[in-house]
Design a protein around this ligand. Structure first.
Ligand code: SF4
Length: 749
């Protein structure tokens, strides 16, 4: 029996190690070779997860052969059917289109939208092509929807991106402060580690801040069910009490920070009674939370989309970091602000420069020296990298509306479900003169807006690296061949680059060579990975920083590397900054017409827009359909009962869902899961309701809150056959091998 392949789970940013085993199936009846069936299990040797996996990691292999895009497909218009074409024709068409747009509109007429599903090698080659060779910074990734507020918060507070903590802190801390994160469902293995520590050690406190009583909040010592959008008020209120009690680390403040007096001035405005009233919590609960902060020797804050997906996301992140700075709770075992990454390789994307404002090695587009360093390294003429920040994905949609985009290239992501204000987004996508969609699966909702489909190899079919939330880099080797003619994303980007005349820049023979080049660009940078290679990572996952001087032995065995342990931060003067903010509130608060605040989120089993998990029977059974959570008081006011259907309307669109009446949500707030696009249910796209207002710094949209109204809706009498017909909204193209994947239509409420 062959040894299992060791790799990383391709879902969330926890980054659990997996072992993949091949099981031969019986020979096919047509005499062809027996196929292999793949099974995953936790890798006990992986330092981040120690053998644990959640249902997603345990079932991921079941989607490998479902509904795969196998061949390049081309069509002349969105109304025409796709026709299979050769890679030669597909790539020539794409290269010619790019050249035409550059000649007629300039390089900024091209927009590329990538994904935290990319491996770092994919990200790196895409940056070299788009920002280096084409000369536009219009490369953004779905991390914009997920982590960009964490990036800008770290940058403002510490002078550089990069979570300072590691997972070992989960088992050392004596106060875990979870704000805006349903860790139990969205980052289950991080939560398992924390929960075990919490159970075994009665002195360890778990505080959860969330408008919903989630599975995470249910086991907390203290749950602060604040009004949506009042996080900054709460954090400044905690800071106010710590200041009043003198619970400060004055030595740390003096030696390692700037701006404390400004922060003190802000905190004066956050008297406990006022804070409690604004947040909708008891004053005694606020005081209890501040007491735990004051008394704990190590406070570890975890957060994810609840802070990041906000029109003041950067301000929220900085307000949280301020409390850590005033108490010296950073750079120490068990302490620090720790963002939990959504996508499996959003961290690798940040390292490789995979957002519109950054360059590889945690460099910034706006920094002339950074641009020069990268241009020289890529052997490109001076000035080739544009000094203008590229368009965020939201700005790309606006540019499409204004017909400023000549070519849109989307890869490994599904914006026709995941972007806010979806009706407007779809209208913008329809205006694209030429859209390339590079993905592993077909159909997806976004494929309906494409002119050219490029089949991509996915997890397990290409070799590359991914970095998880604690900065541990894992090599993910190919253990099977891609189906049909699918190719790794990095190879597709490189091939286009060569066709555009950049043979020297894309003369990579393997992804190991790509990685070798990339890590050199990180040398001397905060995310120094110059000591890493595929060869070394084949032995064991390694946490960065890992400079070239680090010996293989220490690099491979240490997995508790924290940043800023010496109290020296990444600003040139070595000091962190108190970045002070008052709360502005929700971009779209409830009003008389739209009296509820709707929040969106994930469920334990599903992943994002279901491109994989929608094709896995066990997960479909677990979460068969979308729903709307409402408090019993609100349901009674509306005369509704569990199982009734409602129409939820915002100023932009509507959804129709069955009700789940629950005490787990605040009165006045509603919750809908974000996983259902038009492929999986009718009128259930939560982003039909959401608005596109974004944080002015991070440009991350406020997907977590919008104002809505609720009205009764007749229960649909939809039969399974009808639903089968409805998912034909994206009709499989002739010649494409499409297997049927369907969810159960039976309500479970
Ligand atoms: Fe995969 Fe995240 Fe589950 Fe770990 S916790 S198995 S990385 S989905």
């Amino acid at each position: 029996m062959t040894a299992p392949a060791k790799t990383l789970c391709p879902y969330c940013g926890v980054g659990c190690g997996l072992e993949v085993l091949a099981q031969p199936q019986s020979a096919a009846s047509d005499g062809t070779q027996p196929s292999l069936r793949w099974q995953t299990r936790g890798d006990r040797a992986h330092p981040s997860s120690q053998g644990m996996v959640c249902v997603k990691g345990a079932t991921v292999a079941e989607s490998l052969d479902c509904d795969r895009l196998r061949y390049p497909m081309l069509r002349q218009s969105l109304e025409a059917p796709f026709e299979r074409v050769s890679w030669e024709l597909a790539l020539d068409t794409l290269a010619e289109r790019i050249q035409t747009v550059i000649n007629s509109q300039g390089p900024d007429g091209i927009c590329v939208y990538g994904s935290g599903q990319f491996q770092t090698e994919d990200y790196y080659v895409a940056q070299k092509l788009v920002k280096g060779c084409l000369g536009t910074n219009n490369f953004d990734a779905n991390s914009r929807l997920c982590m960009s507020s964490a990036v800008s918060g770290y940058l403002q507070s510490f002078g550089a991106d990069g979570p300072p903590c590691c997972y070992d802190d989960l088992e050392i801390t004596d106060c875990a402060f979870l704000i805006g994160t349903n860790t139990a469902e969205c980052h289950p293995i991080v939560f398992n580690r924390l929960r075990k520590h919490h159970k075994r050690n009665p002195h360890v406190k778990l505080i959860v801040v969330d408008p919903r009583c989630t599975d995470t909040a249910k086991v907390a010592d203290l749950h602060l069910a604040i009004r949506p959008g009042t996080d900054i008020t709460l954090l400044n209120g905690i800071g106010h009490l710590l200041l009043r009690w003198g619970a400060l680390d004055q030595r740390f403040i003096d030696r390692s920070t700037q701006g404390f007096q400004d922060y003190v001035e802000v905190l004066r405005h956050y008297e406990p009674a006022l804070v409690a009233e604004r947040c909708g919590i008891e004053e005694v609960a606020l005081v209890a939370a501040a007491c735990v902060w004051a008394e704990a020797s190590a406070v570890l804050s975890l957060w994810s989309m609840g802070l990041n997906q906000s029109s003041e996301g950067t301000a929220k992140v900085c307000s949280l970091i301020n409390v850590h700075l005033m108490t010296g709770q950073v750079g120490r075992p068990g302490a620090g602000p720790f963002s939990l990454t959504g996508q499996p390789n959003a961290m690798g994307g940040r390292e490789a420069g995979g957002l519109a404002h950054i360059l590889p090695g945690y460099r910034l587009v706006k920094h002339p020296q950074h641009r020069q360093q990268v241009e020289q390294f890529w052997r490109l003429p001076a000035g080739r990298i544009s000094a203008t920040r590229g368009l965020s994905v939201g700005e790309m949609m606006l540019a499409l509306e204004q017909q400023q985009v000549g070519l849109l290239w989307i890869a490994a992501t599904n914006p026709a479900v995941s972007l806010p204000d979806l009706n407007r987004t779809k209208a913008a996508l329809r205006r694209s003169p030429f859209t390339v969609y590079q993905d592993a699966y077909y159909p997806t909702e976004t494929a309906a807006f494409a002119h050219l489909l490029l089949p991509a190899a996915q997890w397990g079919e290409k070799t590359g690296t991914m970095t998880n939330s604690e900065r541990t880099v894992t090599l993910c080797p190919a253990f099977r061949s891609p189906p049909g003619e699918a190719r790794p994303d990095w190879e597709i980007f490189a091939e286009v680059g060569r066709r555009l005349g950049f043979a020297e820049q894309f003369a990579f023979a393997s992804s190991a060579e790509v990685y070798q080049e990339f890590v050199q660009l990180t040398q001397g940078r905060p995310c120094d990975m110059s000591g890493l290679s595929h060869e070394r990572l084949a032995v064991s996952p390694i946490q960065w920083p890992c400079p070239v001087q680090e010996t293989p032995a220490t690099a491979a065995t240490k997995h508790d590397k924290r940043l800023y342990t010496d109290g020296i931060f990444a600003y040139p003067d070595g000091q962190a900054r108190f970045m002070t903010y008052h709360e502005k509130g929700l971009a779209e608060p409830a009003d008389a017409q739209y009296p509820f605040v709707l929040t969106t989120g994930r469920l334990y089993g599903h992943w994002h827009t279901q491109t994989r998990t929608g094709r896995i029977a066990k997960i479909q059974k677990m979460h068969p359909q979308p729903f709307l959570e409402i408090h019993p008081h609100d349901a009674q006011q509306l005369g509704l009962q569990t199982g009734d259907w409602v129409e939820v309307r915002s100023a932009r669109g509507l959804v129709r869902l069955p009700l789940l009446i629950t005490q787990n949500i605040r009165p006045g707030a509603l919750f809908v899961p974000m996983h259902w696009g038009s492929l999986w249910a009718e009128d259930a796209e939560c982003n039909a309701l959401t608005h596109p207002e974004s944080c002015p710094v991070s440009l991350q949209p406020e997907l977590k809150a919008c104002a809505v109204q609720v009205v009764a809706w007749p229960k649909p009498k939809v039969q399974e056959e009808d639903l089968q017909a409805e998912i034909g909204i994206i009709t499989p193209a002739a010649g494409l091998p499409v297997e049927s994947s369907r969810l159960s239509a039976s309500p479970t409420f």
